[in-house]
Design a protein around this ligand. Sequence first.
Ligand SMILES: C[S@@+](CC[C@H](N)C(=O)[O-])C[C@H]1O[C@@H](n2cnc3c(N)ncnc32)[C@H](O)[C@@H]1O
Length: 251
Amino acid sequence: MSVVPDFYEGQTRAERIAQLVDREDYFFHKIELPNGIVTPGWSDPKNEKLPHYGLPEDMTGMRVLDIGCAEGFFSFEAERRGAAEVVAIDSHPDGVRRFNICREALDSRVQAHLTSVYDISERTYGTFDLVMFFGVLYHLRNPILALEKIFSVCSGTTLLQTANFENEALGDNSAAEFHPFGIESGPADNRSFDPTVFWVPNAACVRDLMLHVGFVNVEGGNIFPVGAVFRGEVPTATKGTPPDQMKAPWC
Ligand SMILES: C[S@@+](CC[C@H](N)C(=O)[O-])C[C@H]1O[C@@H](n2cnc3c(N)ncnc32)[C@H](O)[C@@H]1O
């Protein structure tokens, strides 16, 4: 079903998309849409993130999960790289609405669900060859629970990025800063208070969290100023599969 209503007769599709983008007060992602439209996000993932996050060039046939998709840059990129199916989730309703504008503009098949990472399960979403977990960990009160959930639906590889802090004096020891009341964040020229930042780990802590929940071959580290960027694999990889309809999630 189209999310783009007809606003007035004779209006082109490009004009309608531009109008929908224009109506939004906020975008996180800068995303290039057809007809020269670019969403006015303050994060430029194509240039600032994509080169560092380790997405496979060829994602042909993969089942991919994008957790905390925002307006969907990484979902659409996975689809562009050949993923057979991309499932996107975000816990913020406005994010899913903006995602759907971009989805429509890009003629994408990716579905975005209003779901928290805490609520994913194999029963509801199946398993995934690749899980993308970018920019979410530090927003969570319960990062270990989230990583356990991710491990339970990952049948291949998980890619993770998080804001981090590093302190040479800690050496290789795990540590995380806890911010009970949030932090200042946002673009350098327009800082604002973000009450949704809780745990900011160092890279050693990210590694140990991934090992703790069961990932193996965990690799990565601090990439300044991008954050802590890691990949981990499940011990025995299997093909990602859609949920089994005979195991209904509602019962
Ligand atoms: C900093 S943005 C990261 C967006 C994108 N993944 C990226 O790296 O550019 C964090 C996103 O995570 C979402 N988020 C926060 N808590 C979440 C949760 N518990 N489950 C799913 N998404 C969550 C937010 O709504 C937001 O869209």
